[in-house]
Design a protein around this ligand. Structure first.
Ligand code: CP
Length: 308
């Protein structure tokens, strides 16, 4: 198997071949999702715990569905109903969950590096479902799956990541993966929402939205992360939409053969106009469907590496 890793911490660590391996594996699982019986017995021996320390709709439900489609036993944990509310540390929570003999951990946490931190204490595979502003590898993998469905390959594709790149783990995972796959990545944001040192990513970046969108095949619109904003980064939501929102007029600059993506949740009328989000060239809900197949592929791949 060309997949070397025992965990999925981030796309920073994967090779192009490993990324393509997961996309190929996901194809078979995507077909299963179209059947009347959307379930296979493959992982009925596996118990997975989904630990979500931050809110989530798509990723949490998608992982749970992927686990259930593969017949794994699933335990869901959310901070609001757990002993975290009584002050229990992450370390103690993890130790106690591991004592109950789970086989795999899916973790979303606001702190960068939480998946690696957990892996220091256990050999149980850890899947990163989003760590702070660092990475969201399964989101990027489902984005790549959706791009490949439309364009077949990545070489020479112009992919614009538009919006709040500074706070976006989706952007970082997209950058790491798309560079390896040969796409031309352009970051576009107001200066305050670009990363502080954008050169370190080794991709083009600009504050000029017109030149960024010109001839682009993919525009992946990023949510304005209102919960992570410090004061003064944008003048107002109305002005953000006026200068940085994806509108019908700006859409005309894209290559005629294009798709519009968004990882969700959407701030309608802020980073993207509602009619653009719902148009025929928007693949936002296809991304969500493909996410279940990608997570099935990741779970299956890592489960097959567990030495039993
Ligand atoms: N795309 C994404 O991560 O959405 P959720 O926060 O709803 O999981």
């Amino acid at each position: 198997m060309p997949f070397e890793h025992d965990n999925l911490w981030g796309l920073k660590y994967l090779s192009a071949d490993e990324i393509l391996y997961i996309l190929d594996e996901a194809k078979a699982f995507r077909n299963i999702l179209e059947r009347d019986l959307k379930k296979v017995p493959t992982l009925r021996w596996l118990t997975v715990v989904n630990l979500f320390y931050e809110p989530s709709t798509r990723t949490r439900i998608s992982f749970e569905l992927a686990e259930k489609r593969l017949s794994a036993d699933v335990v869901n944990f959310s901070t609001s109903t757990s002993s975290v509310k009584k002050g229990e540390t992450l370390r103690d929570t993890i130790s106690n969950i591991l004592a109950m003999k789970v086989d795999m951990i899916v973790i979303r946490h606001s702190s960068i590096g939480t998946p690696q931190y957990i892996s220091r204490t256990t050999k149980v595979p850890v899947i990163n479902a989003g760590d702070g502003t660092n990475e969201h590898p399964t989101q990027a993998l489902l984005d790549f799956y959706t791009m490949r469905e439309k364009f077949m390959q990545f070489n020479g594709l112009k992919v614009v990541l538009l919006g709040d790149i500074r706070h976006s783990r989706v952007a970082r995972s997209n950058i790491y993966g798309l560079k390896k796959l040969g796409a031309n990545v352009v970051l576009c944001a107001p200066k305050t929402l670009l990363p502080p040192y954008p050169d370190v990513f080794g991709v083009d970046y600009t504050t000029d939205i017109d030149s960024a969108l010109d001839g682009a095949n993919v525009v992946n619109v990023l949510r304005l992360q209102l919960e992570r904003q410090h004061s003064g980064l944008i003048p107002s939501l109305r002005e953000y939409r006026m200068f940085w929102g994806l509108t019908a007029e700006r859409k005309r600059k894209l290559d005629p053969d294009h798709i519009i993506m968004h990882p969700g949740p959407i701030n309608r009328g802020v980073e993207i106009d509602p009619d653009i989000a719902d148009a025929d060239d928007s693949v936002i809900l296809e991304q969500v469907t493909n996410g279940v197949a990608i997570r099935m592929a990741v779970l299956y791949t890592l489960a097959s590496k567990i030495k039993k």
